[in-house]
Design a protein around this ligand. Structure first.
Ligand SMILES: O=C(O)CCC(=O)C(=O)O
Ligand SMILES: [Fe+2]
Length: 270
């Protein structure tokens, strides 16, 4: 397993700064992933059966399946802050926390989402996109560091067959607002030989600069390709996806966990 002693974190951070993403292998135990997948698939199935129309917003009870059909055979789900999903091995991963502390130069960051992307068999290419409107909101300025990252981990091995994500490295600093609405057309028509599929084995975590261009790809296998994401951001970034948890869960967290999840919403356990 990857530990703080075995990883060259400064090199990984340099990769992240240069490529706009970094892939870290052997971060989670296979049993942890399998436990999460087993609990997750029924939620995904539930959303798939219920959500037959494409929708802009997720609905449903987070414990039984809060999600939406985003586009053809592609679902997004919010992850509940309960066992086995809410595992400190995942969201308090020492390598991830140290990575982010060194990247941002502070430990004041917080968690603002636990979410998932799930291309099902029959899904298609997404448009090339960024997961942020920063290019429009702060035009002509390629910020040195992103204030928000997604830490992602697939629940299955990902491949060309089951719709591994495709990235266009080193696009995170793009700052021409004129290009923002046109990325998909330009990248499809032009030559971008560095575009790259992230084919990952189970246990891999990867950190995504939300500004880096990427797209989902067709899942041509016979099983879904779920991937979970925990979003971490600097405290001045005030967007939080709803994160409901019981007071009992929150009080049972480590001091670090409580600090990370300070933006929780407390709900009744029943
Ligand atoms: O997980 C994937 O295949 C890509 C999903 C994605 O980039 C998105 O929906 O924003
Ligand atoms: Fe995306």
């Amino acid at each position: 397993m990857t530990t703080l002693d075995s990883i060259d974190l400064d090199l990984r951070i340099a990769e992240f700064k240069i490529n706009g993403y970094v892939v870290l292998e052997d971060m989670l135990h296979e049993e942890t992933i399998d436990r999460v997948r087993e609990a997750f698939l029924p939620l995904l199935q539930h959303v798939k059966e219920r959500e037959t129309e494409e929708s802009g917003h997720e609905v449903g009870d987070v414990r039984t399946g809060k999600g939406r059909l985003q586009v053809t055979n592609r679902y997004t789900l919010t992850i509940p802050w309960v066992e086995p999903f809410a595992d400190p091995e995942i969201f308090e991963h020492p390598v991830i926390l140290e990575f982010l502390e060194r990247y941002w130069g502070t430990d004041d960051f917080v968690i603002v989402c636990y979410h998932s992307n799930n291309p099902y068999p029959g899904s298609e290419f997404q448009r090339w996109h960024r997961d942020t409107s920063i290019g429009k909101d702060i035009p002509h300025t390629g910020l040195e560091r992103t204030p928000i990252v997604g830490v992602k981990f697939p629940l299955v091995e990902t491949s060309e067959e089951n719709g591994s994500i495709e990235v266009l490295p080193s696009t995170q600093y793009l700052a021409d607002p004129g290009l923002e609405p046109k990325y998909d057309e330009i990248i499809r028509a032009g030559r971008f030989p560095s575009s790259h599929r992230l084919n990952m084995k189970k246990g891999t975590m990867w950190v995504q600069d939300v500004r880096t261009l990427h797209r989902g790809t067709p899942n041509r296998s016979d099983a879904p390709r779920p991937e979970l994401v925990v979003c971490y951001c600097r405290p001045f970034w005030n967007i939080t996806h709803v994160m409901e948890m019981t007071n009992e869960f929150y009080e049972g967290l480590s001091e670090r966990g409580q600090k990370l999840l300070v933006r929780r919403e407390i709900v009744d356990g029943e």
